[in-house]
Design a protein. Structure first.
Length: 360
């Protein structure tokens, strides 16, 4: 029975702590969070319902002329992407809270910004500058925070939380309202069962990793490290940050292309960016995604079209029994009738030289 394994829950609470964490479920520790998380949940549900109504209205509305159809499809696409984004953050929308040392109200950090019907801020988007202390603050540099709380979500409910006291001298929050347990968030992450899909690590993003995510975008940034050190997930968090904050990309002015070494890798990271509030990301495997992949990675669409035309001509020549056509004048290196660079040695090279003669 749930009453044997979990602490008592109120009618609207999003906290479902196990019995062994009953002390953490004390009202003095989670009452404020319960109220705020409930308000955030209601706002997200209202946004989801409003977007569904908007989508239904756009689908039912007719369109006059080509321009009207284009505008209608754009509205439908925008509504669908927004629905996917809201669906992607439903399980664990709130990452945590931070208590300012000056005694001002607690600030809640989440996967995207949320406002109530009156326009009051309920939750701050993790990519904004206002959210930076949540990730970057340390005991050596508390950045104006007295404490920080991180939540662990599962099944749409908070199953645990951890408090970190960043400024012991601050009196912004009563000590009895905290449950200091600074290392448990990392231990829980390390002990989590591995799956075939990568998860975001916003709940445990360290100050050093956050510095990489928020680094200026003046040029290429190389993230170097050994296997399993989090290079890929940090790079994906940085991509989501730039899409939101960089003036050249924000507001839909730019797109994101993720190039991966193979399809299982792209499948592995597919859930990270939607969980960070970004949709419409393109993924590419250069050797498997056809002319489009070669166009992106080997010199432009023009050469891709030329290579495709050479292959088409070669197939036509073979079908009609014609001799293969000569390589285009000015090519830096001769190509075989299929549009590929001929191998210089090996069994395939000898076979091509016997069939088509030596390369000019």
């Amino acid at each position: 029975m749930p009453t044997q394994t979990t602490a008592a829950r109120g009618p609207h609470t999003l906290f479902d702590l196990p019995a062994r964490l009953a002390a953490k479920a004390a009202p003095r520790r989670i009452a404020d969070d319960e109220e705020q998380l409930h308000r955030i949940d209601l706002a997200l549900e209202a946004a989801f319902a409003a977007t569904e109504r908007e989508l239904a209205a756009d689908l039912a509305r007719g369109a006059d002329g080509a321009q009207g159809r284009v505008e209608r499809e754009a509205r439908v696409d925008h509504a669908r992407r927004r629905l996917r984004g809201l669906e992607g953050i439903r399980d664990g929308a709130v990452l945590g809270r931070m208590i300012p040392a000056d005694g001002s109200p607690a600030l809640y950090i989440g996967r995207r910004g949320v406002h109530d019907a009156e326009g009051r801020v309920l939750m701050i988007d993790w990519r904004t500058e206002a959210a930076r202390p949540f990730f970057a603050a340390t005991r050596a540099e508390p950045l104006g925070l007295a404490s920080r709380r991180r939540y662990r979500w599962a099944g749409g409910l908070v199953r645990d939380y951890w408090d970190e006291v960043l400024d012991p001298g601050a009196t912004a929050h009563a000590p009895e309202a905290l449950s200091p347990d600074e290392d448990s968030a990392l231990h829980e992450l390390l002990g989590r069962a591995r799956t075939t899909r990568m998860d975001s690590m916003l709940g445990t993003l360290a100050a050093e990793q956050d510095a990489i995510v928020r680094a200026p975008a003046r040029g290429p940034l190389v993230v170097d490290g050994g296997p399993g050190t989090g290079k890929t997930v940090v790079a994906l968090h940085r991509a989501a940050y730039l899409l939101h904050e960089d003036p050249h990309l924000a507001g839909g002015r730019g797109r994101l292309l993720v190039v991966g070494p193979h399809r299982p890798y792209l499948h592995h990271i597919a859930d990270v960016l939607p969980g960070l509030g970004e949709e419409g990301v393109l993924t590419l495997h250069p050797r498997r995604d056809g002319p489009r992949g070669r166009a992106c990675c080997a010199g432009g669409r023009r050469r891709a079209r030329e290579a495709q035309g050479r292959r088409r001509d070669a197939r036509s020549d073979r079908a009609r029994g014609r001799a293969p056509r000569a390589a285009p004048a000015g090519d830096a290196a001769p190509r075989d009738p299929l549009g590929r660079r001929p191998p210089r040695r090996g069994r395939l090279g000898r076979r091509l030289r016997r069939r088509h003669g030596p390369a000019p």
